[in-house]
Design a protein around this ligand. Structure first.
Ligand code: T3D
Length: 274
């Protein structure tokens, strides 16, 4: 497996990209600060995601963290956000618009499936970054913390949109108001994430899942995400229309022909569309 920094800087690879088969792994790499986000890490992640999206050899992306954490959200010591005595308040809305909003929108419209491999604590924007991904797999020792209210903020990085949709209003409010540490096992039980696995088995579990998704019909997977997200806002009638529209497109694609041909021939399909 080849591993390269996603930026040309040899000094500070804040996101490390590596490729195995059709799977691109992006590792947030500020372990001493629990992979919390600085502007520079945002920029490197955006570049790494663009590179993966534009590479036709990539059919699944895995997002994970270096060291003992997945991501502790915004770096609270970053001068862009840290309150300073005597200085005007920082514009947190501007940071969200510049960095977190594009990241969320990118992930929710990404051209291949994205797995969050949550290797440790995921707090604040780090928790919601994971929840933005298509499939979330976490180690048993990992946890999810809506840490925002502890510092006088509200859940961002799509937290207000995601939480009630994933777990309902009562649990969303409990998690968001209290900001308690939610162990991965409980997160899986309440449907916040897909799966909790034993520590040490995460790399193999995620590899198998990523390879499986990479071999599937990518456009159908992406259209499925698109339809599920769109249906949240639609009437039944409009959701049926959306399904028909997306299904029409998929019916014109090579993967549909290949899937049906393989089924008829009782052989495994080889999907190639992206
Ligand atoms: O405000 C805005 O910018 C708007 C955008 C907001 C988006 C957000 O994400 S707001 C939420 C920000 N995140 C947090 O509030 C979480 C802060 N971190 C923690 O609560 C704890 O670190 C954890 C619960 C995640 C883990 O606790 P623990 O005890 O395992 O580790 P630790 O000792 O607290 O942290 C280890 C190191 O990482 C430590 O540095 P040190 O003392 O060893 O030099 C700590 O300062 C650093 N670190 C952890 N999280 C952050 C951080 N440094 C900067 N920013 C962080 N978010």
């Amino acid at each position: 497996m080849e591993a390269t920094p996603s930026s040309s800087s040899s000094v500070a690879p804040l996101v490390i990209a590596s490729q195995s088969g059709a799977v691109r792994t992006l590792t947030l790499n500020r372990p001493a600060a629990l992979n919390s986000f600085t502007s520079a890490m945002h920029a490197q992640l955006a570049t790494a995601l663009n590179d993966a999206a534009n590479d036709s050899a990539v059919r699944c992306v895995v997002l994970t963290g270096a060291g003992r954490a997945f991501c502790a959200g915004q770096d609270l010591s970053d001068p862009m956000v840290a309150p300073e005595e005597g200085a005007p308040p920082k514009d947190l809305g501007a940071l969200i618009d510049a960095c977190y909003r594009p990241l969320v929108l990118r992930l929710r419209s990404f051209p291949v499936p994205v797995i969050a491999a949550v290797n440790g604590v995921a707090a604040g924007a780090g928790a919601n970054l994971a929840l933005c991904c298509d499939v979330v797999v976490a180690t048993r020792s990992a946890s999810f913390i809506q840490a925002f209210t502890k510092i006088g903020l509200l859940p961002d990085t799509a937290g207000t949109w995601l939480l009630p949709r994933l777990v309902g209003r009562a649990r969303a409010l409990g998690l968001a108001l209290l900001g308690d540490k939610l162990p991965a096992e409980q997160a899986a039980q309440m449907g916040l994430i897909w799966q909790c696995v034993d520590d040490g088995t995460l790399p193999d579990a995620v590899k198998a899942l990523a390879e499986r998704l990479a071999a599937m019909p990518t456009r159908a997977l992406v259209a499925t995400r698109q339809a599920l997200d769109a249906a949240q806002q639609l009437s039944l009638d409009d959701a049926l229309s959306e399904e028909a529209c997306l299904q029409r497109d998929l019916g014109h694609a090579n993967d549909y022909r290949e899937g049906v041909a393989a089924f008829g021939a009782k052989r495994a399909p080889t999907f190639t569309d992206r």
